[in-house]
Design a protein around this ligand. Structure first.
Ligand code: SAM
Length: 289
């Protein structure tokens, strides 16, 4: 089997597939999947939808998190014997919160050539439209599933100076935001990128408290797939200083006309910031007088 280069028979391709919109698939990816001897897919039924769409009839075998350690050696043997194998996952780039690590690691250890066929990746797509600093950034995968472990996960990242990114499912997006609110400042700037490249794509950006409120208030905002991007601690310091100045300026106007309680309520409605924090700030401002 020959792809790209006559001397490269027998190699592994790691092929990115679309994260929603089927048109986000490169000509080269289609060509490689068509010409490969074998496609190792995370879920063979899921893969067939994509493969049928592109008229690809290559044999597909399953390679998922529960069998990849076992399958990897025999696939490497096949490649050594001249087969070209293409690795795909259900969506996006394999290995990024997806199967593939044991196979690629073994290929490298055994001197088998591995080439990427780059394409969609939800975290990169989300970062590219976040408007938050992208250099440096860290990718944190999925947070733990239990509340206590999740809170520790977020608390451990509180002081991280750079932008950090994690994946979340519809089942846990609200719980994750609640846990973030419990351990991070409500002013921490965040972006939620939901259903990227799909019909209901939604990207919202703002202070954590406002983002959490928007997700809480709208059941549709809890449906689908999510990338959450959190501004680093340094950016927060600067931004929260500016936000506090803005809140103070607004409260100063409101306090000249109404009570602390009403001023805090109105300011919360206008800014989307937490009423409790605005009430404290308004109290401090009036106490100083
Ligand atoms: N390997 C994939 C990639 O390159 O992005 C990610 C696979 S991981 C199992 C699936 C998670 O990626 C979802 O739970 C969600 O957090 C994120 N994701 C995948 N597709 C997405 C999309 N279209 N919009 C937003 N997030 C998405």
């Amino acid at each position: 089997m020959q792809i790209d280069n006559a001397s490269e028979a027998g190699q592994l391709y790691v092929v990115a597939t679309p994260i929603g919109n089927l048109a986000d698939f490169s000509f080269r990816a289609v060509e490689i999947l068509q010409q490969a001897d074998l496609i190792a897919a995370e879920d063979t039924r899921h893969a067939r939808l994509l493969l049928q769409h592109y008229g690809i009839s290559t044999q597909v075998i399953s390679l998922h998190q529960h069998n990849e350690e076992k399958q990897a050696p025999s696939l490497i043997e096949k490649i050594k014997n001249g087969a070209t194998v293409a690795l795909i996952s259900d969506a996006g780039t394999p290995l990024l919160s997806d199967p593939g690590m044991p196979l690629v690691k073994l290929a490298r250890e055994q001197g088998v050539k591995v080439s990427p066929v780059p394409g969609s990746c939800a975290l990169i797509a989300a970062l590219s439209v976040s408007g938050l600093p992208v250099i440096p950034f860290s990718f944190e995968g999925f947070p733990p599933r239990s509340t206590s472990a999740r809170k520790r996960f977020f608390a451990a990242r509180e002081k991280v100076a750079w932008t950090w990114v994690f994946y979340e499912s519809s089942h846990r997006i609200q719980a994750s935001l609640d846990d973030m609110l419990a351990v991070l400042s409500p002013e921490r700037e965040c972006v939620i990128a939901r259903e990227l490249t799909k019909l209901h794509e939604t990207i919202i950006k703002g202070p954590l408290s406002s983002i959490s409120q928007q997700v809480d208030n709208n059941p549709n905002m809890r449906k689908g797939e999510f990338v959450v991007i959190v501004a680093g601690a340094e950016a927060v310091d600067e931004e929260s200083e500016q936000t506090q100045q803005d809140d103070e300026a607004l409260l100063a106007v409101l306090l000249s006309e109404c009570s602390v309680k009403t001023a805090a309520t109105l300011a919360a409605k206008i800014t989307g910031h937490r009423k409790k924090n605005l009430y404290q700030l308004a109290l401090q401002m009036t106490e100083g007088k």
